[in-house]
Write a protein of this length. Structure first.
Length: 311
């Protein structure tokens, strides 16, 4: 309680102190499923023991983050009025029912009409991609984030062939090689190192971010050790859960548009994300031993048994 006023006086005067702390701490405390999946896939440890624990944990944190985000959006649009909040919640329920009982049967019909062993036709793929835009429009229409609609639609898309594989195959090139570079260009145009002028505010915000990383690391390592995970794997898991990527950059853009972050604080958050990636990547590469889980630790053969052991 005594630290809070002292920290507040060093932050930028033009920003909302409470909103900044809420945005920064919530962003640092969560790990994006999309970011972690891509990273673990590149490290070839997606199916390892540590990788499965990390993915399971991230699914839970993503669900909690989505519920918190939707709740805060409802409260903001309802202006903390109970009838308006109930109306917003009812609108979200209608969107969920629409996705479940209209969009999902259509997806199942597309799978049924596709001959076994063949790919989904081009017309169906284009229609599903248009449904993504429709779901985003409906989500924004009822006052939710435009991400919520496509997220709900993605949850009801059946995994694997023929539909899941076809959608991944058709959209991966467009997203990763065309849209994603433009997204990073957009981030770069809003990042201005020369906008950092208030060094007291800079070091205060950097202290908040650094303490968030350390707390997240310890909050991952200590429970892992308590559940009898090896020290190496616990540290490895702690580093993995601190990975940052495009999802966090999207949150920064949202905070910029909502006037929560200024140009200086936005630039600092982006630079910290880049620095975090530059540090975490070599550390995880040093600790990563994908072949260790396949090492035979106890040879149960007659040759390697003790002389007085039972057969």
């Amino acid at each position: 309680m005594l630290i809070e006023p002292k920290l507040k006086q060093f932050l930028e005067k033009s920003i909302n102190y409470g909103a900044v702390l809420a945005a920064v701490t919530s962003t640092l405390s969560l790990t994006s499923f999309a970011v972690l999946y891509t990273t673990l896939n590149e490290l070839k440890i997606l199916n390892s023991d540590v990788g499965r624990v990390a993915m399971s944990t991230t699914v839970i944190t993503d669900i909690v983050a989505w519920v918190m985000m939707v709740s805060l959006e409802h409260l903001k649009h309802a202006d903390f009025s109970t009838p308006a909040a109930i109306l917003c919640f009812a609108s979200l329920c209608i969107l969920i029912l629409l996705v479940e009982f209209v969009f999902r049967p259509f997806l199942e019909w597309v799978i049924r009409k596709t001959p076994e062993g063949q790919e989904v036709d081009q017309c169906s793929v284009i229609t599903i991609l248009l449904l993504v835009l429709v779901s985003a429009f409906l989500s924004d229409l009822i006052g939710e984030s435009f991400i919520d609609g496509p997220l709900l639609l993605g949850l009801v898309v059946p995994d694997g062939p023929p539909l899941g594989v076809a959608l991944a195959k058709r959209t991966e090139t467009i997203i990763m090689e065309f849209l994603m570079p433009f997204f990073y260009i957009f981030i770069g145009t809003r990042t201005n190192v020369f906008a950092i002028t208030d060094w007291n505010a800079l070091w205060s915000m950097a202290a908040i971010i650094f303490s968030g990383y350390i707390t997240k690391f310890l909050g991952t390592v200590l429970p892992a050790l308590f559940n009898k995970m090896s020290f190496r794997d616990a540290v490895f898991l702690g580093l993995i859960m601190n990975f940052r990527g495009q999802s966090e950059l999207m949150v920064f853009i949202y905070c910029w548009d909502a006037k929560i972050l200024t140009k200086q604080s936005f630039t600092l958050m982006v630079l910290c994300t880049i620095l975090n990636t530059a540090i975490m990547t070599p550390l995880t590469a040093m600790l990563n031993k994908p072949t260790s889980q396949y090492t035979i630790k106890n040879r149960r053969t007659i040759e390697h048994s003790q002389v007085d052991a039972e057969i």
